[in-house]
Design a protein around this ligand. Structure first.
Ligand code: B12
Ligand code: SF4
Ligand code: SF4
Length: 329
């Protein structure tokens, strides 16, 4: 950051301004961390990759140094402004077992677009207010560890299910960042880990994907299998324990006591499309490339591709012999 600019307004004044603008943009929570390498997190990331726990996500192997050092993503970064958006809407999954459940995060419009647009708009406001300021918006797809930054910015802790938990909104929050060239005051009072002796998420995972506290093996995770995996069939351990999920999985978060504090979001774009929180497997199997593209335009569900979604629907209606199925039984 230019020295002249930085001395015109104090770090404290700039920090207050950035936080005010973030809340005005509609973010639910905002915190600041210094743009420094994430040393401990890098060790965990490398161990996770070494064990092959990233499954199909080969792109996670690329540049762990960049993933854990924001200055390799935006060289002038001095601060990481971490912004949370609550996505909880007060709807439940359909009890009808012929329908496949969609995970909450994908009920409404694609969060990459919603959160990404808010971050871009926040950056524009900051640039207007502070001459010479610049930054880079990041949400999910950039090589930046979103949850680790949220924990660094004192917005919550990473739970044993590995999602970020806030004390007041639980874990139904998306995480995005602005890497900024402004020297801001960091929120340096970390939120304590409040998991305590609880192990509900670990015990409730139908595929034992949480192999130890704070570690998810994607190869076993329903979310990874139904969203990321491109194989023509689901892995046996997932197909036999699908628990009614068509796209993603929310079980480890649904059982978490901290999600009793969930509050409805103000963001109308996260309301379930056409009121649907689940989809009939038969409807999914009848989709054509055209009807699929129209139904899931600007939806995160597009990530699974039509072939992936239909593979998941097939696994729901016709489980393998001896397979346990919570939907349709
Ligand atoms: C890869 C990925 C996945 C993978 C792997 C999940 C994972 N745990 O990493 C899969 C496909 C399984 C996945 C699933 C989901 N994801 Co996802 N995913 C990501 C992504 C792209 C990278 C995460 C990452 O860096 N993983 C690397 C590993 C090493 O990190 P980690 O498991 O979190 O481990 C950390 C700690 O647990 C700790 N740790 C690790 N090992 C150990 C060992 C010990 C002993 C200790 C003490 C600590 C420790 O250190 C690590 C670094 O901080 C982020 C977006 C991003 N760019 O950050 C979204 C993100 C994490 N996903 C998100 C969401 C919403 C989901 C789902 C809920 C979607 C769904 N409903 O299906 C599920 C949740 C499943 C789960 N229990 O994690 C959100 C989470 C929001 C939140 N509140 O935390 C993110 C942040 C996207 C976003 N920008 O909002 N995801
Ligand atoms: S998302 Fe589902 S499968 Fe994956 S760790 Fe959580 S409960 Fe297990
Ligand atoms: S279910 Fe229990 S152990 Fe798991 S994240 Fe929530 S509080 Fe932590």
């Amino acid at each position: 950051m230019d020295q002249a600019l930085q001395t015109e307004a104090s770090a404290g004044e700039l920090t207050a301004l950035v936080k005010r603008l973030a809340l005005a943009e509609g973010f639910d929570r905002v915190g600041i961390a210094r743009a420094e390498p994430l040393e401990e997190e890098r060790a965990h990331l490398e161990e996770w990759l070494r064990r092959g726990y990233h499954g199909e996500m080969r792109w996670m192997e690329r540049a762990p140094a960049q993933r854990t050092d924001p200055r390799l993503v935006f060289p002038r970064a001095r601060s990481v402004v971490v912004c949370l958006v609550n996505y909880f809407t007060p709807h439940r999954h359909d009890a009808d077992p012929s329908r496949g459940k969609i995970s909450r995060y994908a009920w409404g419009d694609d969060y990459h677009e919603v959160v990404g647009a808010k971050l871009k708009s926040l950056l524009a406001r900051i640039k207007d207010a502070v001459p010479g300021s610049d930054g880079k918006p990041c949400v999910d797809i950039q090589p930046v560890m979103d949850k680790a930054w949220a924990a660094r910015a004192s917005l919550g802790w990473i739970g044993k299910h590995t999602n970020l938990i806030t004390r007041d909104l639980g874990s139904w929050v998306f995480v995005g960042e602005l890497l900024l060239n402004l020297e801001l005051e960091a929120d340096a009072e970390p939120v304590e880990d409040h998991c305590g002796t609880c192990t509900l998420c670990i015990e409730s995972c139908p595929t034992q994907a949480i192999t130890e506290p704070y570690v998810v093996d994607s190869n076993r995770c329903i979310s990874h299998a139904t969203i990321e995996l491109r194989a023509p069939e689901l892995p046996v351990e997932v197909a036999d324990n699908l628990a009614g999920w068509l796209y993603g999985c929310d079980i480890c978060q649904e059982v978490c006591p901290w999600n009793r504090f969930e509050q409805p979001t103000d963001e109308a774009r996260f309301e379930p499309r056409a009121g649907q929180t689940s989809l009939p497997a038969s409807d999914v199997l009848e989709l054509t490339p055209e009807t699929y593209a129209a139904r899931f335009r600007r939806s995160a569900i597009k990530r699974a591709k039509l072939a992936g979604l239909q593979r998941n629907a097939r696994a729901l209606v016709a489980p393998r012999d001896g397979g346990r199925r919570d939907a349709g039984d």
